[in-house]
Design a binder for this molecule. Sequence first.
Ligand SMILES: [Zn+2]
Length: 364
Amino acid sequence: MSRCVRGAIPVLIALVVLIAACAPKPAATVPAAKRPLVLGMHALCETDADARVLVGEIPALAKRGVNLLIAEVDYWYDYASHPELRMENPVKKETVKALVAACRSHGIRLVPQFQSLGHQSWAEKTFPLLIKYPQLDESPGKYAGNKGTDPWGTEFYCRSWCPLHPDILPIVNDLYDELLDVFEADALHIGMDEVFIIADADCPRCAGKPTVELFARAVNDAHDHIVGKRGKEMMMWADRLLDGKAAGYGLWEASMNGTDKAIDMIPKDIIMCDWHYETKYPLQATPRSTFPSVKIFTDKGFRVLPTSFRNVKAVKSFIDQSLAVPSDKVLGHLCTVWHPLAKGQYAKLPQLRAASKKIKKARG
Ligand SMILES: [Zn+2]
């Protein structure tokens, strides 16, 4: 070491100390108000007419501060890849293109949604996949008329597809691809909420297997295609990944059939749409927070989009509690409505107005 360098050492040390002292210290918490927050709207498109109404609503939604629209189309799109799976009066390609253009010109991210695994029927109506391909049904030939008692002792709710059937992924991935392409989307919401029919005793592939493995397999298969192969983002409803008893949410807004441990078996880059609709939950004996799940997900490393419905008091409380979580993984808020609306009604929804007020204030 040269004399010149040795002489410079104290000066260098002093300089480093000075720089360290002047550098901004990392914040102990991420201030919620400084984040660019998402205000999302989830809308059902069950016919082409519904989707055309939605196109006309985009300017009003943008004015309300909405910057994410999740358009749930399921089997109601006019699929070219699988015309046999179209529902009646499906959403036409030109209507989707009008929606794409409207969202783009108003700065709204448009994400299509396709209900996967569960929700393959509603009330007495079974959706086209399990009608056209009954061999893909997790409980083939059971629950006639979509009625009965499921293995968990609750009233039959919705059919599921078999996550292990070798023919399921080629069909479903075609539908995912078509939606991603026609919506020109950078993400897909795969649903996957409220899966009660899983590991059915009469499924030759799934019987006796742990529900957690089957649920994780379904999530990972979707992720392999949407994120791995297509390079898009994946969103999902988060309820099956929560322990219903520990979180106190019960069997709808969380899982009571063992799927929750899948939270540690799936990629962390999935956006969790964590939906809760009430102001209090009967199983929460001594709640520190009404909505503990937001922190459960951020602690695990997931981004979370807390999601609400029509109870305005719950909407406000959920937004306040979730934005208080010290993590920039809390993305904002998603409002839902579970039936198509008439012209002029979307931006007037009380839940959206309440959420808009809070999110706009938090955006600063
Ligand atoms: Zn199965």
